[in-house]
Structures are given as structure tokens and as C-alpha cells.
Design a protein around this ligand. Structure first.
Ligand SMILES: *[C@@H]1O[C@H](CO)[C@@H](O)[C@H](O)[C@H]1NC(C)=O
Length: 803
């Protein structure tokens, strides 16, 4: 796409390598006394200096003292800088220069003294000078000494003078220069006669005439080898066009192909056309005009276009100071030019007409004008046009612009950026030029409907900064599209590549993409570059796939990864880099989560059932719970209980039928733990009834153990009911009651009148005697836990005495 490049380079590349190195070095040397491998740079530009600083390093090779208030330079200033190669003193106030101040700087190659107040120069040999700039000073005559003829290395020479004599230029006339800058801003003329100067040898000549003064010339300048001519300040509003064309024809007399640049022309339209007409048949390849002011009146001018060497004309800034004129007088001259490239920018042009016959234009640039949609309507004569730039105009309707291109059979690149273009779907079809490859629609008013009005052949599409919210599903395929810039829109997702099957570059930064779908990475296999920064990413489960995919692409593919990709929501992840955002697979996969829960519940149920069925888990749990409760109670016996005088740890009541168990199991187990037991038949007090004996036993014991079984209920319980009825005490001391359930008692077996027993059974505060051997240890542990060993017992003997 070579034609897309800007074709005009005002300064052709005749700057030699030295200058490139120098410019490079100067850019590098932005730090004061910065040293690189070979250069030692002192940058004192714009430092309010009134004299050259004294503490400079003797190693200094490049010294920039521009933009200061230095009025004088002396030999001492540079004496200790033997290595100095580059010295920039421009924009100071130096009045007098004796080149011998550089006596000790024999390596000096580059000396810039432009923009000072120099009016006097005394010369001294500086053999190595390559660049010497004395322009924009106050010299009366050209500051050229005899010695200049020996400057065989000299490449650039900048001069200024108020008057010129033929002899002044003689010393340099034989030198082969690249560039002469002749500043004649304060030129007063050469008295009366026309002065013919010696022929100069330079590739580039820049002449600056006095601004705000009618062009007049009493100098005949002719140059050999000229490739580039730049003339500044051409004021011809006195309509003396021939003065200028005469002057030009002498200067370019010997050149074969030339780039001509004219800065700041003021003239009439008639004169301007005359100059163009003059140049049309001269050996000029590129003509660049910057800042053209048209005055007087604008009428119809004839122009003869036949054979020209001119390839390109570029005009920037046309300022028309004529208010009433026929627009076509201007348009027709330009649109019918038989050249390849035409640029007219920044000129408030309202229109441009279609060439009258097939035009050789390949490149047209009308950026920053006022062109409306009606430009080039139905224009068949631009069939060679490849590049059309209509950036920053007044275009509004996409379908009309599409229609404009229809007949441009070679159009490849169309720049419509920075207009106010929108597309109304109701309008009829868009018929674009079929050759179009690059379409720039950036900075317009387009919405998603634009995708229904695009040339199917495009490879590069720029939709930067529009109002697109989505990419419609049912649009025709843009199969050739390789580069899509859709940054600064309002898209909420990445476009997949089903519609753009060749997409390799996607720029989508600064949209509203919050949870990009994984579809993009599945469908876009050819992506070579992706820019998706500055989107408000929503960091949830869905985003993990995206950031995983991004991380796998290399950083050459994804620009700004990982630093420019951050979570915007939810608040607790705000600012986190996508790279560092992780969520567990479980919290993101609902199926996985459900399966896990079901499995866990299932395992729990199975294990519980297993334990219940095979190990009687509820029994164990109940026992352990009771054990814990008993221990706690045993520990926290209130003080008054501890102090109460009792003889036994416990009293045991049981049915006679259960006595084998009590005698062989319970008693041995308790007494082995040194728990003293009161048995009513063993500790029998003669003369008392059984009930009295039992009650006596209860009162002398800290705890009461009842061995419950169906037998017990039938035979014994009644004894206690009586007691319970009379002694509230039993209520209050129910903590001291231990119920052992030797055999299960079905509820219906308990007679209705035994309320207390029913209540106790219902509270399930009894210990079950397990038949299985394995469980019995826990049973005994439970019993033991009910007793507090700190309890002090009184001797039994007392009791006997009472009786
Ligand atoms: C489109 O035009 C803009 C200027 O308006 C420019 O910055 C951008 O690079 C152009 N895009 C392409 C693809 O040339």
C-alpha cells in the first residue's frame, strides 16, 4: 500500500549522516553533562546564562548554549575544551565574532550562531567545519571571509546580509555544498543595478525574503546541482508576477528535477495561476506551497495542462480574502490537473469538481476542508484514483459517500475520519467501489447499522470512536477483513470471527466489554494482535476462561498484558489484574457443585446408617452425652452438698429378681472403684420397716441408683412413689438420681399412676445396660463419671450408735 504514505517531504534527504548523528546525539543529551560512549554532552539550552559557564568538563564534545542571554564569547570560554566538536550558540545576543576564539578547538565541526545580533566577524582558519550557521543576524554584508574558500569539508552554510555584492560570494562559489541558507529578511537591495552573483554549487538553497514587503529582486542567483529550493515570503499583490517568475527561472535554470517549496505567498488568483502555469513546464517534480493568501479578485483563468514533469502539488492553508467569486473558477483549475498527486488541506474549500476528462490522479488529499456529501457525484473520470482522503470535512451520509466511490474503479484507500457520518438503514443500498481495501471511518457518528453498509472487499476497517453498541448477527460476511479497530465504542463483547473469518488484528480497547465470551478465542484462530485494554471487566466465573486464553497468547499478541487489564467489578476485585484473578473450579461450576453436594450427603447418610446399624451409634452418642453431663454435674457439686454428712456414695435399689446382675456386675464394678454402696438388705437397720430402711439408706447416701426393669416396676416402684409423694427433696435432688435401665420397659407397661417414673423415662435420663460386651466399658465409665471422689464420707459406726 505504498500510495497511502504521505508523498511530500519538504526537505529531501540530502542531509548527510553527520547531521543524523548530531540530531540523535542532541536528543540523547537532554541531561546536563551526560556522557555516552563517544560523546560528552553539555546541555545548557534555555538556562538564563549571560556568559559561557566556566566549569565545563574538558571532555565535552557537544555543547548546547542556545536560547540564553550570552552577549560575548572569549577565547577563555572554550580554551579548555579541546575535544569540542559541536557548539550551538543560536538565539543569544552575541554581537561580535572573532573566529579565533576557537583557536584551541580545532576539532570543531558544527557551529551554530544563528539568531544573534552579529554584525561583525573576523576570520580565522577552522579547517574542519562542516556546518556553519550565521543566518538571522545583523550583518550588513555577507559574513564571508577569504578563508572560507579553504573549508573543503563545509556542507551547510547559513548566511544573512542587508546588502549583497557580487564579490562577497566568490570565496564559496567553488565549494560543493549540500545546503545554503540565505537569510535576506533585512535585505535592503543592491543599490540600483541588478547584481549577478557567482554560480553556486549546492543541492539545497533556502532563501528568506523580507516579510510584509513587495517582492523585488535585484539579484541574479544561479545554482548548479540544485535539487531543492525553498523560498519564504513572496509578496506579489502588486501583480508583478513576472518579477518572481523571472527570478525563479534564473535560479532553477540548470536543474533537472527539483522540489520547490514556497512558504507564505500573497498574490492574486491570476498571478497564482500564472506562477503555476510557469512551473508546469519547468523541471519541477514536487511543488509544496504552505500558506497561500489570495487577494484582489478571482476570475476565470485559462490553464494549459499539456506535458508536465510535475508529479505532486501540495497546498496547505489557503486563505481567500476575496468574498464574491465563482467557486468553480478555483475548483476547475485544480481538479483538471494532469498530475498524480494533489493535496489541498486546511483551506476551508467548499467543493471540488469532477475532472472533465479521465484524470491521472492517484492520490487526492482534501483533509480539513468543508466538503459536503455531494462531492464528486457520479464521477467517472477518477478511475485511476487509489487514495482519497476526506478527513475532517462536513460529510454526513454514509450511503451517499458509498455511491460517490462506486465509479472509482481503482480506489483502495478511503479516509473519511473526523466527519459527522451516520448511516440510516432505511436508505437504499450502499454500493461501494469494489476495489476498496482500507476504509477509515474513525471519529464519526456511526452506530451498529454501519455493518450493513460496508464494502465487502475491505481488509482494514477503522471504526475508532463511534457509537457502536454491538455487532449485528445477520450481516454479510467481511471475509477479507484483517484489521478491525473498534476502540472507543460501546461494545459489550468481543466480536467472534464467524463474520470476520480472516481477522488478525483487533483493537477494541475502551469499550464496555465486561464479560467477554470464550467464543472469540474459539472462532478467531488467526489473531496476531489484540488490544482490549481499558474495558470494565467483570471478574466472575465467566471471565476466567477469557483471562486464561489471554495469558496463553504471547505479549506480542496482546498489547499491554497483564498491566492494562484490570477488574472493574465486583468491588472486592476492583483493580485486581486479570492475571491475578482466581476462583476455585467448584464455585464456578454449578453441576460440579451439585454433584459434590449430593456425593457428600450420600456418603454422610451411608456412613451414619452404617454406624447406626452396625455399631448402634445413637446408643453411643446418648451415652457419651450423658457421660459428659454426669461428669460436669459431679464436678460442680454445690458446696452445701459437699459439706453434708453422708456415709455412702450411693444407695442401690433393685428388684430381687435382678439381684444376680447387681451382685455380680454392678457392685464389684463400683466397689472396685472404692465407691461405698448402701444396700438396704446389707446395711439393714433392725426394727425398721423395709421402706424406712430404704429411706434411711437414701438419706445416708449421696446418690441413689435405681436398677429399672419390668421386674422392678412390678415389685418395687410402689415403695418409692410413697416416698416421692412426701419428699419434695427428691425433686430438688433429682441430679443425684441415677437410673439404670437393665432391660427395656415398654411405655405401656408402666402403670398410669406412676407419673414420676413416666416423666423420668420420658426425659431419657437413664443409662441403658448394653448386652454387648464391647459397649459395657462405656457404661461403667458413665457410672463412674457420676461420682465425685472429693466427697468425704463419715463412718458408718455413728449410725449404729444412734440405733
Ligand atoms: C484513520 O484516521 C485517523 C485520523 O483521523 C488516524 O489516526 C488513523 O491512524 C487512521 N486509521 C488507519 C487505519 O489508517
Amino acid at each position: 500500500m505504498c500510495t497511502t504514505k504521505l508523498w511530500f517531504i519538504p526537505d529531501p534527504p540530502i542531509i548527510n549522516t553527520f547531521h543524523f548523528v548530531l540530531i540523535f546525539v542532541l536528543i540523547l543529551g537532554s541531561v546536563i553533562q551526560h556522557s555516552s560512549q563517544n560523546e560528552f554532552i553539555g546541555n545548557y539550552s534555555n538556562s538564563h546564562l549571560s556568559h559561557v559557564p566556566h566549569h565545563l568538563s574538558p571532555k565535552t564534545t557537544v555543547l548546547d548554549l542556545s536560547l540564553n542571554n550570552i552577549t560575548e564569547i572569549q577565547i577563555e570560554d572554550f580554551k579548555l575544551l579541546p575535544k569540542l566538536r559541536v557548539l550551538i550558540l543560536s538565539h543569544n545576543r552575541i554581537q561580535h565574532l572573532n573566529i579565533s576564539v576557537f583557536k584551541f578547538n580545532q576539532d570543531l565541526e558544527y557551529l551554530d550562531l544563528s539568531h544573534n545580533n552579529l554584525w561583525d566577524i573576523s576570520c580565522h582558519l577552522l579547517m574542519n567545519l562542516i556546518h556553519l550557521d550565521l543566518s538571522f543576524n545583523e550583518f550588513e554584508f555577507l559574513p564571508i571571509c577569504e578563508e572560507f574558500s579553504n573549508l573543503s569539508q563545509l556542507d551547510f552554510l547559513g548566511l544573512s546580509a542587508k546588502r549583497i555584492q557580487k564579490s562577497d560570494l566568490l570565496p564559496v562559489s567553488h565549494l560543493n555544498l549540500s545546503n545554503i541558507l540565505l537569510d535576506l529578511e533585512r535585505f535592503g537591495g543592491a543599490k540600483d543595478k541588478l547584481e549577478t552573483l557567482p554560480v553556486l554549487n549546492t543541492k539545497k538553497l533556502q532563501i528568506i525574503f523580507p516579510p510584509n514587503r513587495a517582492f523585488f529582486m535585484q539579484l541574479n542567483i544561479s545554482v548548479n546541482n540544485l535539487r531543492s529550493l525553498q523560498i519564504t515570503n513572496i509578496n506579489l499583490n502588486n501583480d508583478k508576477c513576472s518579477v518572481f517568475t523571472d527570478f525563479l527561472s534564473k535560479v532553477i535554470h540548470n536543474s533537472k528535477s527539483l522540489n520547490l517549496t514556497l512558504y507564505h505567498i500573497e498574490d492574486t488568483w491570476k498571478c497564482f495561476v500564472e506562477i503555476l502555469q510557469f512551473l508546469w513546464h519547468k523541471p519541477i517534480e514536487y511543488l509544496y506551497i504552505y500558506n497561500l493568501t489570495l487577494v484582489g479578485k478571482i476570475g476565470f483563468e485559462l490553464f494549459t495542462y499539456n506535458e508536465t514533469l510535475l508529479k505532486g502539488l501540495k497546498i496547505e492553508f489557503i486563505n481567500i480574502k476575496v468574498y464574491i467569486f465563482l467557486q468553480s473558477n478555483i475548483y476547475n483549475i485544480f481538479s483538471n490537473m494532469n498530475i498524480n498527486m494533489l493535496t489541498i488541506t486546511d483551506s476551508r474549500m467548499l467543493h471540488m469538481s469532477c475532472p472533465f476528462k479521465p484524470s491521472p490522479f492517484q492520490y487526492l488529499n482534501f483533509a480539513n476542508n468543508l466538503f459536503p456529501d455531494t462531492i464528486f457525484p457520479d464521477c467517472k473520470n477518477l478511475s485511476l484514483l487509489q487514495t482519497l482522503i476526506l478527513q475532517k470535512n462536513k460529510l454526513t451520509h454514509l450511503s451517499k459517500i458509498a455511491g460517490m466511490t462506486e465509479k472509482m474503479k481503482s480506489l483502495k484507500h478511503l479516509d473519511l475520519s473526523q466527519n459527522s457520518i451516520s448511516y440510516d438503514e432505511e436508505k437504499k443500498n450502499c454500493s461501494w467501489s469494489e476495489s476498496l481495501l482500507v476504509l477509515n471511518l474513525s471519529s464519526n457518528e456511526l452506530t451498529e447499522s454501519v455493518f450493513r453498509c460496508l464494502p465487502p472487499s475491505i481488509t482494514v476497517l477503522d471504526l475508532y470512536r463511534n457509537k457502536i453498541k454491538s455487532i449485528p448477527k445477520n450481516i454479510s460476511n467481511l471475509e477479507s477483513l484483517q484489521e478491525l479497530n473498534i476502540a472507543f465504542n460501546f461494545l459489550v463483547d468481543l466480536p467472534g470471527c464467524s463474520t470476520f473469518s480472516s481477522l488478525s488484528v483487533l483493537i477494541i480497547q475502551h469499550n464496555s466489554v465486561s464479560h467477554p465470551s470464550a467464543h472469540f478465542f474459539n472462532s478467531c484462530q488467526n489473531i496476531k494482535s489484540l488490544q482490549a485494554e481499558d474495558n470494565p471487566f467483570l471478574c466472575t466465573c465467566e471471565l476466567r476462561e477469557f483471562s486464561k486464553n489471554m495469558a496463553t497468547l504471547s505479549s506480542q499478541v496482546v498489547s499491554g498484558w497483564p498491566h492494562s487489564y484490570k477488574c472493574a467489578f465486583p468491588d472486592n476485585y476492583k483493580g485486581t489484574h486479570l492475571k491475578d484473578f482466581h476462583l476455585s473450579p467448584l464455585s464456578c461450576n454449578i453441576v460440579l457443585l451439585l454433584i459434590t453436594i449430593v456425593i457428600v450427603v450420600l456418603v454422610f447418610v451411608i456412613v451414619t446408617t452404617f454406624f447406626c446399624v452396625y455399631f448402634d451409634l445413637p446408643w453411643y452418642l446418648r451415652m457419651i452425652f450423658q457421660w459428659a453431663r454426669m461428669r460436669r454435674r459431679a464436678r460442680n457439686i454445690p458446696l452445701d452438698e459437699l459439706e453434708k454428712e453422708v456415709q455412702f456414695h450411693a444407695f442401690i435399689s433393685y428388684s430381687e429378681l435382678d439381684s444376680p446382675w447387681v451382685k455380680h456386675e454392678l457392685l464389684p464394678n463400683l466397689e472396685q472403684e472404692e465407691i461405698r454402696i448402701c444396700l438396704h438388705e446389707r446395711n439393714f437397720v433392725p426394727g425398721k420397716s423395709i421402706v424406712e430402711n430404704i429411706i434411711n439408706c437414701i438419706e445416708k447416701s449421696h446418690k441413689s441408683i435405681f436398677v429399672l426393669s419390668p421386674n422392678f416396676i412390678q415389685s418395687e416402684w410402689c415403695h418409692y412413689e410413697l416416698y416421692f409423694a412426701h419428699h419434695k427433696l427428691f425433686h430438688e435432688r433429682s441430679d443425684n438420681l441415677i437410673l439404670i435401665l437393665l432391660e427395656p420397659i415398654p411405655q405401656y407397661n408402666i402403670p398410669a399412676k406412676y407419673h414420676k417414673l413416666k416423666a423420668l423415662m420420658a426425659r431419657r435420663t437413664y443409662l441403658e445396660w448394653p448386652k454387648e460386651k464391647g459397649k459395657q466399658a462405656l457404661f461403667w465409665a458413665n457410672i463412674r463419671a457420676a461420682f465425685n471422689r472429693k466427697l468425704t464420707l463419715v463412718e458408718e459406726a455413728n449410725d449404729v450408735e444412734i440405733i
